[in-house]
Design a protein around this ligand. Structure first.
Ligand SMILES: C[S@@+](CC[C@H](N)C(=O)[O-])C[C@H]1O[C@@H](n2cnc3c(N)ncnc32)[C@H](O)[C@@H]1O
Length: 284
């Protein structure tokens, strides 16, 4: 949204906005870090799409019904920032390559390897991890299997991730050797992720606030970058603990640079990778 639009006066009163944000926080556990003007514009856009002019009438949608759940999800889709890119933090992917190499060389080799990109947005993070794993495996143990998942609270993001189709500008951060192997041209200026990566990477809608009831477990690698900012400090730590429980012994947890560097867990040791907030699970 452009700032000129965001500055236009809003029909939503401050108390209505406050109430909606409070209820959104109760529902999804997340804080939206945009200015009040931008949030108000998102809500107005949603009301326009629904053909509703009256803010109170719109707020009446948020009752206990199943439709209310759908409306919360539609609003969250508009309000969450989905900025992402391939190989967003290059050193984190070097860390993954190093971890996978170590795993394959330490023997006896595991029969398969798995990862989870939690808060994956439109899929670039998950596909970047997949490319790195595939690349290392090709070199050391090409017969080995891997699979990965990406999860996000936004349906739009999950749909985009499943399409696996990206514009020219999006792929400029993919290192050339990976681009040659794992991306394919699609039309004049588009690219898609090659089947070798796509077919082993699946995407699901899931709210990290409910990670304790999500049916995901037993990963070698979990990425959770630039998502925890949506949660309060105690919730952030609870989520990281939950992710830790879903790692295999010896597994690797990668957070965003500088994200909760003071978090500790008796089962986790800080990994010695410069510039990367990563932890290894004990055992394995
Ligand atoms: C800024 S993007 C980060 C994407 C990617 N991890 C990266 O670092 O490039 C944050 C993503 O977190 C998702 N998100 C926000 N709150 C969430 C929640 N409660 N559960 C799951 N995903 C959430 C948003 O929809 C968005 O796609």
């Amino acid at each position: 949204m452009n700032t000129a639009t965001a500055r236009r006066s809003s029909s939503i009163r401050s108390d209505q906005l406050g109430m909606l944000m409070h209820r959104l926080h109760q529902y999804a556990g997340i804080h939206i870090d945009s200015s009040r003007g931008v949030i108000a514009q998102c809500i107005e856009r949603r009301m326009t799409n629904l053909g509703i002019d009256d803010v109170d009438a719109y707020m009446g949608n948020f009752d206990e019904s199943i439709n209310a759940r759908a409306e919360w999800l539609a609003l969250i889709d508009l309000l969450t920032v989905k900025e992402t890119r391939f190989f967003r933090q290059p050193m984190a992917f070097d860390c993954v390559a190093d971890y996978v190499e170590g795993l394959l060389q330490q023997g006896p080799a595991p029969s398969e390897l798995s990862f989870w990109s939690a808060g994956c947005s439109s899929g670039q993070e998950a596909y970047s991890i997949g490319m790195v794993i595939e690349h290392v495996m090709r070199r050391y143990q090409p017969w080995m299997q891997w699979h990965g998942i990406g999860t996000d609270i936004s349906f739009d993001a999950i749909n985009a991730a499943q399409r696996a189709s990206y514009g020219f500008d999006s792929v400029r951060h993919v290192p050339l050797e990976f681009r040659d192997w794992y991306l394919q041209r699609e039309g004049m200026d588009g690219w898609c992720v090659a089947p070798a990566i796509c077919s082993q990477t699946n995407f699901f809608h899931s709210n990290l606030l409910h990670v304790n009831s999500a049916p995901f477990a037993d990963f070698n690698i979990i990425f959770c970058q630039n998502v925890l900012i949506y949660f309060e400090r105690d919730k952030q730590r609870w989520i990281i603990d939950q992710l830790t429980d879903r790692l295999r012994p010896g597994g690797l947890l990668v957070l965003g640079a500088g994200e909760d560097a003071r978090w500790t867990n008796p089962n986790m040791r800080r990994a010695d990778w410069p510039g990367v907030t990563a932890y290894r699970k004990t055992g394995g």
